[in-house]
Design a protein around this ligand. Structure first.
Ligand SMILES: Nc1ncnc2c1ncn2[C@@H]1O[C@H](COP(=O)(O)OP(=O)(O)O)[C@@H](O)[C@H]1O
Ligand SMILES: [Mg+2]
Length: 385
């Protein structure tokens, strides 16, 4: 089991009267790849700056290896940072860029000797797949290669922790994907703890051991990518991570939820009898069946081909569901849907209830569907669910 390396304890950050981080409690383990994920302005960079020592929390404590480090300046922390704007020295070549910090270091009051610098730089260039590039001027490199130089420059100092603030933001889609794999590989190879900031949920899910979802300066959920996807804490997380249909429900009893006046089996329990809840149904968990076999019945109003799958929008009683399917159902098709108990996830009502989860904006034909209400009556399975 990994041990805790960094802990933020009740950290609050305010600029003037404006509180941008509320009571942050977060534990980061040694060798972990942890991602701070949330929309722009939610406080990710501020959290990273607190960990790096560039910012002191207004209240609360920061611990490193069990020692309180609130007052330790950045250069005395064994933590390095890679920023989105990676600011390489354009007049220096690749080798010199990576060696720069080492040449300035005086670990025991004296310079690191040339051979060691050479060895460490070459090793890092190998780690970031830039062997053979040492003499190249950084201005002749692609964006992705420059980013690798920035990472090698940070890693060569052998930090315990690397902080990365949207480091792939400047790269195009294809390169981002490559670099995501690359970063994951580098992290596993070096065993350095990565604290990674992004607003891109796909990136967070693909790379991280642990994802921390933040909104409005508050941690909404902490968990593995799988956990966050399968068991979102509230409507914000469900909407932010992947695609979700989020509908109102009433918990009739353990394992039975009512949606649109119909009973559905689910695997969730522990709610009050008749407690209003938010119900998440992922687009890939909805099975399309003939109308007569459907638990719900709706009309296809929009189709988007996504390569392997179709995204179809189905109108049920005025509510627009997103369904992902490999079978083409043309616009206007009436179809039934079935959802297995495992495909239904129940969440407590929260401040985010009602804000997310309808796909009306996908549809150009929104106003033309007039008969939606009547379809509630057509469900043949309603009684025997
Ligand atoms: N130095 C500062 N002074 C005043 N407000 C700041 C400062 N730094 C950040 N903020 C505010 O704090 C909030 C969170 O910012 P930030 O941490 O940069 O968010 P993110 O990185 O998630 O986009 C924003 O509202 C931002 O305007
Ligand atoms: Mg930021």
């Amino acid at each position: 089991m990994s041990k805790e390396l960094i802990r933020l304890s009740d950290c609050t950050m305010a600029f003037d009267q404006n509180v941008v981080l509320h009571n942050i409690n977060l534990s980061i383990n040694d060798q972990e790849f942890l991602t701070l994920l949330g929309p722009s302005g939610c406080g990710k960079t501020t959290m990273l700056r607190i960990i790096g020592g560039f910012q002191q929390p207004t209240s609360g404590d920061v611990y490193f290896d069990g020692v309180r480090i609130n007052d330790v300046p950045p250069y005395k922390r064994t933590i390095n940072t890679v920023f989105q704007k990676y600011a390489l020295f354009t007049h220096l070549n690749v080798f010199e860029n990576v060696a720069f910090g080492l040449k300035l270091q005086r670990p025991n009051g004296k310079k690191i000797d040339k051979e060691e610098i050479n060895e460490r730089v070459m090793e890092m260039l190998r780690v970031v797949s830039l062997k053979g590039f040492e003499k190249r001027s950084v201005s002749t490199l692609s964006g992705g290669q420059q980013q690798r130089v920035a990472i090698a420059r940070a890693l060569v100092n052998r930090p315990k922790v690397l902080l990365l603030d949207e480091p792939l933001g400047a790269l195009d889609m294809r390169l981002r994907k490559d670099m995501q794999n690359e970063l994951k590989r580098i992290q596993q190879m070096t065993g350095i703890t990565f604290v990674y900031v992004t607003h891109d949920q796909e990136e967070a899910l693909a790379m991280s051991d642990t994802v921390v979802v933040i909104e409005a300066g508050i941690i909404q959920q902490i968990g593995t990518p799988q956990h966050i996807y399968d068991e979102p804490q509230n409507a914000f997380v469900a909407d932010f991570i992947g695609e979700s249909n989020i509908v109102d429900g009433i918990m009739l009893s353990d394992n039975v939820v009512e949606i649109f006046g119909r009973k559905f089996q689910c695997i969730d329990s522990g709610f009050e009898t008749n407690e209003p809840v938010d119900v998440v149904i992922r687009p890939e968990d909805i099975e399309i069946v003939p109308v007569e076999n459907g638990m719900l019945t709706g009309t296809v109003i929009n189709i988007t081909f996504r390569g392997v799958l179709y995204d179809i929008i189905v109108d049920f009683a005025g509510y627009k569901w997103l369904i992902q399917t490999t079978a083409l159902s043309p616009v206007g098709t009436r179809l039934g849907m079935r959802i297995q108990p495992e495909g239904i996830h129940i969440m407590k009502k929260s401040q985010f209830s009602g804000m997310f989860g309808d796909y009306s904006s996908y549809s150009v034909e929104y106003d033309e569907i007039g008969d939606a209400e009547h379809e509630v009556e057509i469900d043949p399975d309603a009684e025997d669910v």
